[in-house]
Design a protein around this ligand. Structure first.
Ligand code: IPM
Ligand code: MN
Length: 351
């Protein structure tokens, strides 16, 4: 019997609904394998702004720091999207959380499901065999570089800075991920233009000498965007900087057919954070329509990170089995359409 303290930051929109289903499935897993998960909820995002004026209240951050893992729902609300100049924004909560918890690596697996091949915007023959992992740097680059205005506000700048340490730790992790998969790593950059990209290449070439069992190649980001659509099955592990990873992982996320399927983990030096790739879908909130699979699979990535491998595999098997039965939420256009809660029930029962 092991005990784990899980901080639950279910956030805005559909976040709470999909996280509730993830916890439903975790409850079955914990009974079956005799673990105890202690959940503590805390606000983040627009909900936290409404309650406290701060998208990441001190108590929420303190809770995360003393937890074993962190389940995250979604953040964002249209009232901020329509006002990009708002001083306090939900996204700041997420960015601060990543930085404060040292979550420098964002892992986003993308795989096609045979049963759902018709949902993909690409032709079936291009989707079959797609199974890749995007390793996105998460606490550096243009997101966190010096930014500001000058010339009375008429010039604006965001700088992309990377240090050797920041590049080394993420590229090392990507080599290890590639080794555990099909042994292929692609560094995506813009080394024909950007100095920081040239440093990424230099360091990655150095690290390649200690990782000769992994096949390494380099690709410019514009070409990578094209290749992800033309021939996504060529990729195993992609490693890239914060902004390129943000863009490419959204592009890749639709390959599987629904954003509602894809999980992610953000890891680094301390506690790991696990969250669905999708956003808060405010229009769908409270309607029992959201697909809980991304949140459930994120809980699976959490189990892996806690080294509960058998438990993680049991969870994934339950998801695969349920999808194969042709049931699901509306985004999957299934034979048997269910609401969020009923879909979660079926997956929990399949464990
Ligand atoms: C993501 C999101 C965030 C990002 C936003 C909400 C700040 O798009 O997790 O990919 O850009 O990193
Ligand atoms: Mn994004």
């Amino acid at each position: 019997m092991s005990n784990f303290n899980i901080a639950v930051l279910d956030g805005d929109g559909i976040g709470p609904e999909v996280i509730a289903e993830a916890i439903k499935v975790l409850d079955v897993i914990s009974k079956k394998f005799n673990h105890h998960f202690e959940y503590t909820y805390a606000p983040v995002g627009a909900v936290a702004i409404d309650q406290t004026g701060d998208p990441l209240p001190e108590e929420t951050l303190a809770l995360c720091k003393r937890s074993d893992a962190l389940l995250f729902g979604a953040i964002g609300h249209p009232r901020f999207d329509n006002d990009p100049s708002a001083k306090v924004r939900p996204e700041q909560g997420l960015l601060k959380l990543r930085k404060e918890l040292g979550l420098f690596a964002n892992l986003r697996p993308v795989a096609g499901y045979d049963e759902l091949v018709d949902l993909s915007p690409l032709r079936p023959e291009r989707i079959r065999g797609v199974d890749m992992l995007i390793v996105r740097e998460l606490t550096g680059g243009i997101y966190f570089g010096e930014k500001g205005r000058k010339d009375d506000g008429n010039t604006a700048y965001d700088t992309c800075t990377y240090t050797r340490l920041e590049i080394e730790r993420i590229v090392k992790m990507a080599f290890n991920e590639a080794r555990a998969r099909r042994g292929k790593l692609t560094l995506v950059d813009k080394a024909n233009v950007m100095e920081s990209s040239r440093l990424w290449r230099e360091i990655t070439r150095e690290l390649a000498r200690e990782n000769e069992d992994v096949e390494l190649n380099f690709m410019f980001v514009d070409n990578a965007a094209m290749q992800l659509i033309l021939n996504p099955a060529q990729f195993d592990v992609i490693v890239t900087s914060n902004m390129f990873g943000d863009i490419l992982s959204d592009a890749s996320s639709v390959l599987a057919g629904s954003l509602g399927l894809l999980p992610s983990s953000s890891v680094g030096s301390t506690v790991g954070m696990f969250e669905p790739i999708h956003g808060s879908w405010p229009e769908g909130a409270g309607q029992d329509r959201a697909n809980p699979v991304a949140a459930i699979l994120s809980a699976g990535m959490m189990l892996d990170h806690l080294e509960l491998r058998e438990e993680a595999n049991a969870l994934r098997l339950a998801v695969n089995r349920t999808l194969a039965e042709g049931v699901g939420t509306e985004d999957l256009r299934p034979r048997e359409q269910l609401g969020t809660r009923a879909f979660g029930d079926r997956i929990a029962a399949a464990v």
